[in-house]
Design a protein around this ligand. Sequence first.
Ligand code: ARG
Length: 703
Amino acid sequence: MTSLIRFLMCAPDHYDVDYVINPWMEGNIHKSSRDRAVEQWHKLHHTIKEHAIVDLVTPEQGWPDMVFTANAGLVLGKTVVLSRFLHKERQGEEPYFQQWFEKNGYTVHVLPPELPFEGAGDALLDREGRWLWAGYGFRSELDSHPYLAKWLDVEVLSLRLIDDRFYHLDTCFCPLTDGYLLYYPPAFDSYSNRLIEMRVAPEKRIVVTEPDAVNFACNAVNVDRIVIMNKISNKLKTQLADVGFQVIQTPLTEFLKAGGAAKCLTLRTTEPVREELHGSVYVESRVICMKGHLLDAGLINRALDLIVDNGGSFQVLNFDLGEQRQSTSSAEVKVSAPSHEVMEEIISQLIELGAVDLPQDERDAKLLPVTLDGVAPDDFYVSTIYPTEVRINGQWVKVEKQRMDGAIAITETPNGIVAQCKLIRDLTLADKVVVDVQGIRTVRKPESREQRNSQEFSFMSAGVSSERRVELIVEQVAWELRKIRDAGGKVAVTAGPVVIHTGGGQHLAQLIREGYIQTLLGGNAIAVHDIEQSLMGTSLGVDMKRGVAVMGGHRHHLKVINTVRRYGSIAQAVEAGVIQSGVMYECVKNNVPFVLAGSIRDDGPLPDTQMDLIKAQAEYTQQLQGVEMILMLSSMLHSIGVGNMTPAGVKMVCVDINPAVVTKLSDRGSVESTGVVTDVGLFLSLLIQQLNQLTSPYTTQIG
Ligand code: ARG
């Protein structure tokens, strides 16, 4: 032994699997053999002693996991950050390790209570000492990382663990001499993998397969060019040999039963300090405030889940629980994220849920000028369907033309500041655009318990609607339609050709005739098949009365297109008396505007079909101004397009035989959308029946 490298170990006098705090311990309580454990530990001890100095800490009765000295703390130079164990089963080890460190001349830092950090099990120095890799997700809290940066004066790179078999960083990640890295990428989230790939060159990354990973191949002790570990595959051994590492394998099966191996059983206490480098950390924190039916409406769960799912962490600082059924609650939550990028993602989703800054933290929105027509600054805030306000010069300004997937553009006009949602392509050099996630809030009506329940009730991801359920929804829709019509309101329909194929055309035509629909949005096909039915009695060549394909019927729709083209437009064909019934006929006769948006597969098209899609989108948007309700009838593309343009608050009823379409559209996180999985022809016929039955106090006679 020539090296001055030192390790701390703890003999397995009291080692056993006494409890379960990780998946490896499950089913292994008292299943490890003491004799074999002692033998394996001594072998490891002996092997390490050939390459370094080993100090020993006295094992203590009642603390069986004390053998895993990696979890004593994190050492750099003469400074230690003492572990604060997550599980009470190991918390009793803390004072013993603290004593040992103090007796041996280390300065010991102790984290605040309730902030778990499990030492060198979750924090590994780059072997060149350039930075510290710190894990979080299971045992250590992200918020401990800034303390590490401060106390150890080192750059901290946070890595999120996502596979509970690899609950400590050292179970799946092992920095080696010369900047090499032995690791198991699936144990990390994609953000962390990107960070690893940015810091470690491809030729230095040694990726471990799952079979080796579950044998704790990454849980290795590295001294210079030697790597000491449990049994591994020959392939990995050769891989390591190829880049100059000598592998020493020593069996550690008894410790695997507790979820540890070579590296866990040791703590390196001589880690060189790089004086020229200094502490930094990318962890950001921000306190947000939420109000509403946080519990009843499940808002707080959604908020906390999304923080964690996106790689952040939280601490609930205050929770004020509304006691009555009607009263709202409020919560203050500290959100932490491993980087600004992740923080932005989390905060933008929280804003959607209605989260706001504390009054004392409110700041103006960040604005950047547009420097190229039709292009937003990179970091632009993506708008949502929810009513939004942005803070400009200390004032909250309401955003106009609310829609999703736009940018928020700010323009100064003689009448003051205007904020509006704009599509990227519509941005001009005169616009400033809201970037980042500061000074933005959405104003959401508190969702009540009743509303949420009805939303879940009507949310039909689970498949087929029962007949009674469809009837119930039809009743509601009929009632709404009648109410809106009688109040002079506006209803839009998006419809696909299936409406005609399923025999719903006559019902839709009736709705239009009776004044229930104020605008029709579709594509070329709905009009073509509607007119085909009116002119030839078929829809895509199928006889609508007998339900069978007629000879030569597949040519019908082309004849129809040709006829309309001869007259110049649908309206002109109606005026000429060529088209005498149907959906399009009623639109023309009742002055109900329609927009037909073209697509790549259109035959013809009809002269009315708008083949310039940018124009078609603009015409749709125009028609949607002021609508209160949208019936989406079996047209996925047009319905999704419309959904994107529509702010929250507009009732949407989506009818499709395909549950996936219904799910996609009704899952807007708003209570106003209802999905119905059923045949659209049937739905329309029920709707007409229901409307005929309805007697309203304000019933007016139309027609
Ligand atoms: N049973 C111990 C625990 O779950 C094993 C610790 C392994 N140590 C490590 N550094 N990975 O805490």
